[in-house]
Design a protein around this ligand. Structure first.
Ligand SMILES: Cc1cc2nc3c(=O)[nH]c(=O)nc-3n(C[C@H](O)[C@H](O)[C@H](O)COP(=O)(O)OP(=O)(O)OC[C@H]3O[C@@H](n4cnc5c(N)ncnc54)[C@H](O)[C@@H]3O)c2cc1C
Length: 381
């Protein structure tokens, strides 16, 4: 028989950036103190291992396939919210996660890539994002590390941050507003009729009137608890961390190409990436990934090959197979909400997700229209 371990108004399953952001906004904007239940450690999944780029476009990740307009608008709101909330998060948490601007080049090496990128440039400009086309001679004048045979590039300025310190800042700011973080693995939900009454932690139960499922790629298993198919799969991404000596020359711009990227971080480190692998829940870095990343980087920024490798990291993107995050109330179960499936963009989208889901939970409506992200589209298992 299960023993009771207390109660909470709201329980959030998962202490990644999405769970922490929902907890933060519930407490900071609505005075609702929740309990986050995390089985490993805050940001122990992709939230702590992400590259930390906050771009309002995701064309490159999808190999040229443009996102739905509502998703692009959500990304833009996400980036703005990061810029607006940063001073408060720094003050409330005391953690500087190095939010900063970074110039970014998206190069073309073929006429076909030029055509695609010029189309993308027009799209960025129409969306109000400052970006311009740079000819090869001007790229060289920028002292770029981009390969000399690039025939042009989009130049834009993006925001970036350090992911793990950012997640800690969010969690600590949430705690300042009364949120509790508990270690434990949620193994099921408690229900009475059509209402949520709590969560199971093995043999124990913790009662709550409201539960938010925010456990990233593992949210697919939460589907078994409620008889719904939650179509979120883990897509492994690996990053090579280079050992750039202090004071050594470093790239002045990030370089993003569909085959790979070079990302100089504000804290001095240099990341190159990445992979997109459908290999289940395996988070071991591999030599194959290291070789394929370095091969891509040798093509786009050969100078990077002179820098020794420090370490590799691998983590799992929670990828929603219909390309849209799943955010909102679960139909037919009062008090149950989901926030998952943010794929390649969870760091960019966590604040806008947390803010709007908190509004939906407390006021019954959100300022950003989230109908297209609703769990109402999920099918029974
Ligand atoms: C290589 C790589 C680079 C990336 N770069 C960027 C980037 O530059 N910009 C960007 O916007 N996004 C980026 N992302 C994507 C981003 O990291 C993710 O979308 C985001 O971190 C997802 O956050 P989450 O909170 O949904 O999931 P997670 O970070 O996976 O958090 C879920 C948490 O739930 C916990 N959990 C699971 N099951 C249970 C349970 N039953 N009980 C209790 N706890 C549980 C887990 O331990 C985990 O801590 C990147 C991802 C990868 C892999």
């Amino acid at each position: 028989m299960a023993s009771s371990k207390g109660s909470a108004d709201v329980i959030i399953v998962g202490g990644g950036v999405i769970g922490c952001a929902v907890a933060y906004f519930l407490a900071a904007e609505h005075g609702v103190e929740s309990v986050i239940i995390e089985r490993n450690g805050i940001a122990s999944g992709a939230s702590g291992g992400a590259a930390g780029e906050l771009a309002a476009t995701e064309l490159l990740e999808k190999g040229g396939h443009r996102s739905a307009p509502v998703f692009t608008r959500f990304l833009q709101e996400g980036v703005s919210l990061h810029a607006n909330l940063a001073p408060a998060l720094l003050e409330e948490s005391g953690v500087d996660y190095l939010l900063s601007d970074i110039p970014m080049l998206r190069p073309a090496f073929t006429d076909e890539e030029t055509t695609g990128l010029k189309d993308e440039l027009a799209h960025l400009q129409q969306s109000g994002i400052e970006a311009s086309w740079v000819e090869p001679e001007n790229i060289q004048a920028m002292h770029s590390w981009l390969a000399e045979d690039a025939i042009g590039a989009i130049l834009s300025t993006e925001l970036q941050l350090e992911s793990y310190p950012f997640a800690l800042a969010l969690a600590q700011a949430a705690e300042q507003h009364g949120v509790t973080i508990r270690t434990g693995e949620v193994t099921g939900l408690e229900r009475s009729g059509g209402r949520i009454t709590g969560v199971r932690l093995g043999d124990e139960t913790l009662s709550a009137e409201t539960v938010v499922i925010a456990n990233g790629p593992w949210s697919q298993f939460a589907g078994e608890w409620i008889g719904l198919d939650i179509p979120v799969i883990p897509l492994r991404g690996q990053i090579v961390h280079l050992d750039l000596p202090r004071g050594a020359p470093r790239p002045r711009q990030a370089i993003f190409h569909p085959t790979g990227y070079v990302l100089p971080k504000a804290g001095g480190s240099l990341y190159v990436g990445t992979t997109i692998e459908d290999v289940g829940f395996d988070t071991e870095p591999t030599t194959e990934a290291r070789d394929s990343i370095m091969e891509a980087v040798a093509r786009i920024a050969p100078q990077v090959m002179d820098i020794p490798i420090k370490q590799m990291s691998a983590c799992l993107r929670p990828y929603s197979t219909d390309d849209m995050p799943i955010i909102g109330a679960v139909p037919g179960i009062d008090g149950l909400f989901i926030a998952t499936g943010h794929g390649f963009k969870g760091i960019t989208l966590c604040l806008v997700t947390g803010k709007n889901l908190a509004e939906l939970m407390i006021q019954g409506a959100s300022s950003f229209p989230m109908d297209e992200f609703s769990p109402a589209r999920l099918s029974p298992r």
